[in-house]
Ligand binder design. Structure first.
Ligand code: PEP
Length: 255
């Protein structure tokens, strides 16, 4: 059985002082749950502080982005060497990176390889835009993204990644996909594509999250779907009560 994974993507929110307050408010609620993997993904500048606050607990830490080179003249970028030892996860290819900063599947693929090479687990985001959804292109777009971001990886590497299916039209809009829509794409497209490329055994090992306007009210139904292994949470991860409730509800489904 796959261990469910709930990750909070704080995006560009939380000063160090605010991060400290938020983590302290979540700590007891998160550590009380044992059968769900919990990951906090604060901005780079908060990572060190959050790492000390969660030290000794089973809460994991993730970054929100990374460049693929180890070091050099890449002003403003952060390398896998810098993240290694500080956090365990890194979100790659988030739709905001793709739309505002021009990241392509090829770039995401290079980052995924660099993350794996340095022992970081990538949470790789895929998902169609509203226009693509309206045009009935969800399946072909998501299939193409999965193929693109995983290109050149070994089966053993693919088994280690986490994929987040995040329909762009659902991110930050309050309009989550239905549980059936999430299952249809996660099971019928993402896991099916991995199965076709790497075999059913590998496909069964990969954890696939849903992301897009999840909260404590809709998480139960979404997480009850057989192929949904967790959630990548944006807005709701900035509220301690809401995020801990989502982790607790997920834990109830799996117990
Ligand atoms: C996200 O940014 O990954 C996300 C899912 O955001 P939200 O939960 O706010 O829709």
């Amino acid at each position: 059985m796959r261990t469910p994974i709930i990750a909070g993507n704080w995006k560009m929110n939380m000063t160090i002082a605010e991060a400290e307050e938020l983590v302290k408010a979540m700590l007891d609620g998160l550590t009380a749950v044992k059968n769900v993997e919990k990951v906090l993904c604060p901005p780079f500048v908060d990572l060190d502080r959050v790492a000390s606050l969660i030290q000794g607990t089973d809460i994991k830490l993730g970054a929100q982005n990374m460049y693929w080179e180890e070091k050099g003249a890449f002003t403003g970028e952060i390398s896998p060497l810098m993240l290694k030892g500080l956090c365990q996860y890194v979100i790659l290819g988030h739709s905001e990176r793709r739309s505002y900063f021009g990241e392509t599947d090829e770039w995401v693929n290079r980052k995924v390889k660099a993350a794996l090479a340095h022992g970081l687990t990538p949470i790789i985001c895929v998902g169609e835009t509203e226009a693509q959804y309206d045009a009935g292109e969800t399946e072909s777009v998501v299939r193409g993204q999965v193929e693109g971001v995983l290109r050149g990886l070994t089966a053993e590497q693919v088994a280690r990644v986490v994929i987040a299916y995040e329909p762009v039209w659902a991110i930050g809009t309050g309009k989550a996909a239905t549980a059936e829509q999430a299952q249809q794409v996660i099971g019928g497209v993402v896991r099916a594509t991995i199965g076709r490329l790497y075999g059913q055994d590998v496909a069964e090992q990969v954890r696939i999250q849903y992301g897009g306007s999840t909260n404590s009210k809709n998480i139960r139904e979404i997480m009850s779907q057989p192929d949904v292994d967790g959630a990548l949470v944006g807005g709701a991860s900035l509220k301690a009560d809401e995020f801990t409730a989502m982790v607790r509800i997920t834990s109830e489904i799996y117990s």
